[in-house]
Design a protein. Structure first.
Length: 431
């Protein structure tokens, strides 16, 4: 398939995502099913155009003076893939699968407009209603932080030290070109590539089937490490989901001690069983009913609350959710966060620690949530721990550093740490 067919395919998918408000992955899957002649390289290229278009949706539309799927897809090739309008027109000439040419007005706008003159939300490709939260969180660095959220992410892996060493996994995946992660000690990274480049399907590798590694963003690995769990501890992963951090905690503990993985959503929890088997874990118990934990109140050294959130820190990987997010969604997540914090806190033993994590970059879900918890009846027996010295001790010699709030809470970001966005705060139970 030539560039014209790929461009047309991307426009079709973008139209589907926009009109039916669908996740990108679902729209791409349906397009591939109805266009079986398209090869894997074609599908990857179409997917790249779609993801790139939605990461920079507002600025693409501003520069083209057109927010149609066709304009967004063309803007990707002009701005991100290095093709001039003239070069693209030459490649599309005579291609019967190419889309209709763009209106001349869009090309004139692209040649004349300057992004520096655009409103702040357009320059940062942010929903306008979230702009105050980003500015409050990052101050003068807000634009650099927003821009980094619009870049392609690497493919990050966590070596499962219960079964393999990092050097062994690097050798097994050598054809994919993994590099050591800059911060997390068990991380491997595969560069995202440019243009139509596609990432390798590492889950098809024999080494994955053997349980030597998991796919997990380095930021997720870092916050699991910051929990500080060690061999012999009693740990509760209160919002375990699919089990990524549960697996990391179990490996950090060397299969010694006990990890209890709980999630109220059985569908999210379901994949954990197969993942635990593949990883060779022996110290994890899985719970899908809160009643199963009733006898364990006040018993845990560490409680991890990976709270439900808006996912603003994952926009590199899921740019479609950026444009579907609403103030109502934020309010719902904040209510859920307050509820799980109160519920999870009763399981921490005196002297134990609760680590609160979100993949959000909004202070409403992070600093403000912890402040409200500490001021509540449930949080009155806890005190905040300064995460900055914890970071230095946990990752000695690492140059990259997260943002530290005045209270000592840590925020990882693509710009600061080269990871997805994560917030991490730890509080200790006084008595």
């Amino acid at each position: 398939m030539r560039i014209g067919g790929r461009l047309s395919g991307a426009i079709e998918v973008l139209t589907d995502v926009d009109e039916r408000r669908r996740p990108i992955a679902s729209a791409l899957k349906d397009w591939g099913t109805s266009h079986r002649f398209a090869g894997s390289g074609d599908r990857a290229a179409i997917g790249n155009i779609v993801y790139d278009a939605l990461r920079l949706k507002l600025s693409h539309a501003f520069l083209m003076d057109d927010d149609s799927p066709a304009a967004l897809a063309h803007a990707v090739l002009f701005r991100q893939w290095g093709l001039s309008p003239e070069a693209l027109a030459e490649q599309l000439d005579g291609d019967k699968f190419a889309p209709q040419p763009l209106p001349e007005a869009a090309l004139e706008a692209f040649a004349a407009r300057d992004l520096a003159e655009a409103p702040d939300e357009v320059r940062g490709d942010l929903p306008a209603w979230l702009l105050p939260s980003f500015k409050a969180n990052f101050g003068d660095n807000w634009l650099a932080e927003a821009e980094a959220l619009n870049l392609r992410p690497s493919l990050d892996l966590r070596v499962n030290t219960l079964k393999a060493k990092r050097e062994k996994v690097m050798k097994a995946l050598s054809r994919s070109g993994p590099k050591e992660g800059e911060i997390a000690p068990d991380c491997l990274r595969i560069a995202p590539g440019n243009g139509s480049d596609r990432l390798p399907n590492v889950t098809a590798e024999l080494s994955f089937q053997k349980g030597w590694f998991e796919v997990q963003d380095q930021g997720s690995q870092i916050v699991a490490t910051l929990v500080g769990a060690k061999a012999g501890d009693q740990v509760l992963d209160f919002c375990a989901g699919g089990g990524g951090k549960t697996l990391a905690l179990s490996a950090a503990m060397g299969n010694a001690g006990q990890v209890h993985a709980y999630d109220a959503d059985r569908n999210r929890l379901a994949p954990i069983i197969e993942r635990l088997k593949r990883a060779g874990t022996r110290n994890v118990q899985v719970h899908d009913a809160i009643a199963d934990l009733d006898g364990l109140a006040g018993r845990f050294d560490h409680v991890l609350v990976d709270a439900p959130c808006t996912g603003t820190g994952t926009w590199r990987r899921r740019p479609d959710i950026k444009w579907r997010l609403s103030e109502k969604n934020l309010d719902e997540r904040m209510a859920q966060q307050a509820e799980v914090l109160a519920e999870a806190s009763r399981f921490v033993k005196p002297g134990g620690r609760l680590t609160y994590v979100t993949c959000s970059l909004l202070p409403e879900e992070n600093q403000h949530q912890i402040a409200a918890f500490l001021a509540s009846e449930h949080g009155s027996v806890f005190e905040a721990i300064d995460m900055e010295p914890v970071w230095t001790a946990t990752f000695p010699g690492v140059d990259a550093r997260p943002h530290f709030s005045g209270e000592g809470y840590a925020t990882l970001t693509p710009a600061a740490t080269g990871t997805d966005g994560f917030f991490c705060a730890t509080v200790s139970r006084k008595f």
